[in-house]
Design a protein around this ligand. Structure first.
Ligand SMILES: Cc1cc2nc3c(=O)[nH]c(=O)nc-3n(C[C@H](O)[C@H](O)[C@H](O)COP(=O)(O)OP(=O)(O)OC[C@H]3O[C@@H](n4cnc5c(N)ncnc54)[C@H](O)[C@@H]3O)c2cc1C
Length: 359
């Protein structure tokens, strides 16, 4: 069999479990299901799109608290995880194994007990899908995480591609002295320094509480919007000398990838040691449009027993599991993502068992 015939044969295979996303959650889900003897397919968009997972944004900052991984940057973590999947491949697809495919999932459908997953297999050109493929599996684990919102400063509004649109913001993102996205992950880098937090409402209030573990010098910027916090929250911030500045911001002030400050529309400048942005999130779950699923206010999926995704009516959606950052009400951290991945992978695997426990 030549290489493309072999690839076609593998693509038409019906897998026990398909996992969408190869971040910490998806990789753990795949390994846990494989460990129970399942044939597992992992579809991940990183190879064919800019969606490489949240950890990938830790560009030059080392992640220090991922279980058993030691200090490691995001890109290195990503290649380490992919190595774990590759090492579980098998020559005979009937054997327990993990197959991996670079694929941006476009749609998931279920007919009877079988899921069909339609995906783009090559980078889009001018926003158009070039090559598609269908994959089949008895169970699906959704582990595709979410995309962070980016600051609305120096944005090229005429550009369609995210990377082009936010080019300036991305220059400073994920670096030691750049934009941070997670106070628990990067707050320690600026202990005792001046921290600027950008955002509005509950989430930036929570971030400013978290920032207090590292410093007493905190300023909240809203970039021209009302702060959106309650009176009680405002009182808390005042008592802790946390200043709120609602002036619009026009530009970044930096050198290379080092962000030093921001310029307001009135020309005044603010300088700081650390910068954190929280402009909300967008779940990577458009491909679930055919399902009516229960979601929280951010659009994250609500799960029940065994990590099964719940429908709007509160009942589990048979065969559909979720893990990691895409799950509502869980910490958005690597160890949590892995734990949820294990639960989803085992839940999916258990449900395939032919002999269930006697009642
Ligand atoms: C800058 C930064 C620093 C961080 N530092 C730390 C830290 O120090 N410690 C810590 O514990 N946590 C840290 N985190 C958080 C951590 O990265 C996340 O909690 C973790 O990556 C979540 O894992 P996940 O597998 O759920 O999602 P992700 O890691 O986001 O992975 C999702 C995967 O799904 C794929 N995908 C998306 N859409 C599709 C689609 N349509 N089809 C197919 N695949 C798709 C993506 O390619 C990606 O590989 C940090 C996050 C950021 C942004």
């Amino acid at each position: 069999m030549n290489v493309s015939m072999e690839q076609n044969a593998r693509d038409s295979f019906i897998y026990d479990v398909a996992v969408i996303g190869a971040g910490p959650a998806g990789v753990q889900a795949a390994i846990s299901a494989w460990h129970q003897g399942r044939r597992v397919l992992v579809l991940d968009a990183g190879a064919v799109s800019q969606r490489k997972g949240r950890a990938y944004w830790a560009k030059s900052v080392e992640i220090e608290d991922a279980p058993g991984l030691g200090p490691i940057t995001g890109p290195k973590l990503r290649s380490h995880l992919q190595g774990l999947l590759r090492s579980r491949a098998a020559d005979d697809p009937r054997e327990p194994h993990i197959a991996m495919r670079g694929a941006f999932v476009l749609r998931v459908r279920r007919e009877g007990g079988l899921f069909t997953i339609a995906a783009s297999l090559a980078p889009l050109k001018a926003g158009k899908v070039q090559q598609t493929g269908d994959f089949k599996a008895h169970r699906v684990v959704v582990a595709s995480g979410f995309e962070d919102g980016w600051p609305d400063i120096e944005v090229a509004g005429d550009r369609e591609r995210m990377l082009e649109r936010y080019r300036t913001a991305f220059r400073y993102a994920g670096n030691h002295g750049g934009w941070h996205l997670c106070i628990r992950c990067d707050g320690h880098l600026h202990r005792g320094g001046h921290f600027v937090l950008l955002g509005v409402g509950d989430s930036i209030y929570e971030a400013s509480l978290g920032a207090q573990d590292f410093t007493d010098s905190i300023t909240v910027l809203t970039n021209g919007r009302p702060h959106g916090m309650s009176e009680a929250q405002m009182r808390q911030l005042e008592e802790r000398d946390i200043r709120i500045d609602e002036r619009p911001i026009t530009s970044h002030l930096g050198e290379g990838t080092l962000l030093r400050g921001l310029r307001f529309a009135d020309g005044e400048e603010i300088y700081a040691d650390g910068f954190l942005v929280d402009e909300g999130l967008r779940p990577n779950s458009d491909y679930l449009a055919d399902f009516r699923l229960r979601r929280n206010a951010d659009g994250l999926l609500v799960t029940g027993d065994d990590s099964m995704v719940l429908r709007e009516d509160g009942e589990p959606e048979t065969g559909l599991y979720a893990a990691g950052d895409i799950v509502a009400g869980q910490r958005k951290l690597i160890a949590t993502a892995m734990a949820l991945g294990q639960d989803a992978g085992l839940g999916a695997s258990d449900s395939l068992r032919r002999w269930q426990e006697a009642l």
